[in-house]
Design a protein around this ligand. Structure first.
Ligand SMILES: NC(=O)c1ccc[n+]([C@@H]2O[C@H](COP(=O)([O-])OP(=O)(O)OC[C@H]3O[C@@H](n4cnc5c(N)ncnc54)[C@H](OP(=O)(O)O)[C@@H]3O)[C@@H](O)[C@H]2O)c1
Length: 297
C-alpha cells in the first residue's frame, strides 16, 4: 500500500452492491479510492452514493468509468449477463463472485477474448470482516500475474490477498476446498449437538469444548499433507485406520442410544471401512483419498 496519504488512489468500478459488494465499496471509499458502483436494483446503491460513491446508470458505464473493474454478483451466470454489453478492452477485470474452477477458467478466456486482463477470486470472509485489518479476512486470487502485481495494493484494501497462481481456476479451487472442509466440520458439530441436546448439558457450556477439541485436532492436516506428499501412509502413524474403524462402532452405538440419526457420520465411516477392507489397517486414514478419486484406474 502506498505510504503517501495524499497520493492519488486507484479508481475502482464495482458491479454488485449486495451485502459483500457494499462492504467492499465502503472499504475502498474509506481508504480514499474514487469508487463507481452499479447494481441491477439501483436502490441498493443509495447508501453508497451518500458515502461518496459515483453511481453508474448501467454496467457498461461502470466498466467505462475505471480501468480496474471489480465484479461481486450472485453467481457466474449473473456476471455474464451484467457484462454482456460492456466494452472490456483495456480493462482489468477482477471477479469476486463465487464460482467453480471451470467457471473461473471459462470466464478468464471470455474476458481475455474481449481484450481484458482477468483475475478470478474467492473471498474467505463474511461482509462484517471486510475492511477490518484484524479480522483475518483474505481473498484468494488467480489469473493474470501482471494484473495482480499492478493492483495488488488496491486489492489489499478490503481484505488480505493471496495470489495462488496464473491458472484462473485456482482461486475458486482453493476457496471451494476450504469451504468443503468447513462443511464437514459443521456436519460434525451438528451431530455433536444432536447427541447432547436432550440431556442436562447446556449447549453454551458444550460449545467451548467443541471449539477447543476441533482446534486441537485441526493440525492433523499437516500430517495428512506429509503422508500425501511422501505417498507413504504408514510412516509415523498416530491413530491407525483399523483403530479408527473400530472406534466408529462406538460412535454409531452412541448415536443409537441417544436416538440420533447417524446420517452425517456414515458416509465417512463407510469410506474408511472400504479402505480397511483393501488392507490398509496399519496406515493413516489419509490414504482413503484414493477412493474419492473418480479418475483412479
Ligand atoms: N455474503 C457472504 O457472506 C459472502 C462470503 C463470501 C463470498 N460471497 C460471495 O459474494 C458474492 C455476492 O454475495 P452477496 O453476499 O453480496 O450476495 P447478495 O447480497 O445476495 O447480492 C447479490 C448481488 O448479485 C446481484 N445479482 C444477482 N443476479 C443478478 C443478475 N442476473 N444480473 C445482475 N446482478 C445480479 C444482485 O443484484 P440485485 O440487488 O439487483 O438483486 C446483488 O447485487 C456471491 O458470489 C457470494 O458467494 C459472499
Amino acid at each position: 500500500m502506498t505510504d503517501n496519504p495524499i497520493a492519488p488512489r486507484t479508481p475502482v468500478s464495482l458491479l454488485g452492491t449486495g451485502a459483500m459488494g457494499t462492504a467492499l465499496a465502503r472499504a475502498w471509499l474509506a481508504a480514499g479510492h474514487p469508487v463507481t458502483v452499479w447494481n441491477r436494483t439501483p436502490a441498493r446503491t443509495e447508501r453508497l452514493a451518500a458515502e461518496g460513491a459515483a453511481v453508474a446508470a448501467s454496467a457498461a458505464d461502470a466498466v467505462a468509468a475505471s480501468r480496474l473493474v471489480v465484479v461481486c454478483l450472485l453467481d457466474d451466470a449473473s456476471v455474464g449477463e451484467a457484462l454482456e454489453d460492456a466494452d472490456l478492452s483495456g480493462r482489468d477485470l477482477v471477479n469476486l463472485t463465487t464460482g467453480t474452477p471451470a467457471q473461473g477458467r471459462a470466464r478468464a478466456a471470455w474476458a481475455e477474448a474481449r481484450g481484458a486482463r482477468f483475475l478470478d477470486a474467492g473471498i474467505m470472509a463474511v461482509p462484517p470482516m471486510i475492511g477490518d485489518a484484524k479480522s483475518g479476512a483474505y481473498v484468494f486470487y488467480s489469473g493474470s500475474p501482471g494484473l495482480f502485481e499492478e493492483h495488488g495494493d488496491t486489492l489489499a484494501v478490503p481484505a488480505g490477498t493471496r495470489y495462488v497462481g496464473a491458472d484462473p481456476g485456482f482461486a475458486a479451487l482453493h476457496d471451494v476446498a476450504l469451504l468443503s472442509a468447513m462443511s464437514g466440520m459443521f456436519a460434525g458439530v451438528l451431530h455433536a449437538f444432536a447427541l447432547i441436546r436432550r440431556e442436562d448439558i447446556a449447549p453454551r457450556d458444550f460449545a467451548p469444548l467443541l471449539v477447543s477439541w476441533l482446534g486441537a485436532m485441526a493440525p492433523a492436516a499437516h500430517k495428512a499433507a506429509e503422508h500425501l506428499e511422501s505417498g507413504d501412509f504408514g510412516k509415523d502413524v498416530v491413530s491407525n485406520l483399523a483403530m479408527q474403524v473400530a472406534g466408529s462402532a462406538t460412535l454409531l452405538a452412541t448415536a443409537e442410544e441417544q436416538a440420533v440419526s447417524a446420517e452425517l457420520l456414515t458416509p465417512y465411516m463407510s469410506l474408511l471401512e472400504r479402505w480397511l477392507a483393501d488392507g490398509h489397517g496399519d496406515e493413516d486414514t489419509t490414504g482413503a483419498v484414493e477412493l474419492l478419486d473418480l479418475r483412479r484406474e
